[in-house]
Ligand binder design. Structure first.
Ligand SMILES: [Zn+2]
Length: 286
């Protein structure tokens, strides 16, 4: 790690440490290692953690929140990403790389080039350790410029989404065969940039609360959608496919009976993420 990057990282931590709502102790270390837990009442911490991921969309006293200055940079970066998305189309945006986004922003007047501040902000978000704000998942893509190899992907008809050929596609086709064509792909491969727009969009909606955002969306670089996982839903069920209501569907009930399927984010997981009954684990690495 270069000194400059290290300095930026420290600066970023200072910037996100907004007031008292900041704790360096992630819930993961509290749960995994008892010695790190508050000696007074470890049960309280576990209860607190469980309640946090159950009420994932609610702010919590220990959440890490951006300063107003950083929140403004988040908003302008997000607006530019949205303009790029409208320029290239939603489907293409699923696979787009950081370098491509910078180029398009520069070349299209309706987007406008990213400022140094915005690029710096995105780098800091990408290279910051997510455990600092409560997300304990593994980082699967290490460089902000990592690209999706388009040759290795296939566009799934009518979905607007892509899957990796090989394990992901085989599993998806097997699922459709066993569950039925009522099962649809609701999200496939997501490039680092696609994960950026989702994560920043969530953080924007909740006033720069990175902890809250990361309880339902992996930060860029940490999403297994980048390396093969995918989401499924019931045809015609729309946004409800991404809510707890999905567990009431015939699709989910059938999936539960299939022994070859496992979910990435199980109920009461220790990663810091809400239960995601729609998110199919593909990559066996983790
Ligand atoms: Zn997912």
């Amino acid at each position: 790690m270069s000194f400059k990057k290290d300095l930026n990282r420290r600066k970023f931590l200072k910037l996100i440490a907004g007031g008292t709502a900041y704790s360096l102790i992630s819930p993961i270390s509290l749960l995994a290692d008892n010695s790190a837990a508050e000696p007074s009442n470890p049960d309280e911490n576990i209860k607190d953690y469980i309640s946090k991921i159950k009420n994932f969309d609610k702010p919590h006293p220990t959440d890490v929140i951006l300063t107003p200055q950083m929140f403004n940079v988040l908003k302008s970066s997000y607006a530019k990403l949205r303009r790029v998305q409208r320029t290239v189309g939603y489907g293409n945006f699923n696979l787009i790389s950081f370098d491509e986004v910078i180029k398009i922003a520069r070349n299209y007047r309706r987007v406008g080039p990213f400022t140094k501040e915005e690029l710096h902000f995105m780098e800091m978000v990408f290279y910051e350790k997510s455990s600092k704000y409560g997300f304990g998942g593994e980082k699967v893509l290490k460089n902000i410029t990592d690209k999706v190899k388009r040759k290795e992907t296939i566009k799934v008809p009518y979905s607007g989404h892509f899957l990796y050929r090989g394990d992901s596609l085989i599993l998806y086709n097997k699922l459709r065969k066993d569950v039925g064509t009522n099962l649809i792909l609701t999200s496939g491969i997501r490039s680092i940039i696609k994960q950026f727009i989702l994560f920043l969009g969530k953080a924007k909606k909740h006033k720069g609360n990175l902890s809250l955002a990361s309880r339902s969306l992996a930060p860029p670089g940490y999403s297994f959608h980048g390396i093969g996982d995918f989401d499924v839903g019931l045809k015609g069920y729309g946004g409800l496919n991404f809510t707890s209501k999905f567990t009431k569907t015939t699709v989910y009930k059938k999936i539960k009976t299939l022994d070859y399927i496992s979910l990435r984010y199980t109920n009461n997981n220790l990663i810091g993420v809400r239960f995601e009954p729609w998110h199919i684990k593909v990559n066996k690495k983790a």
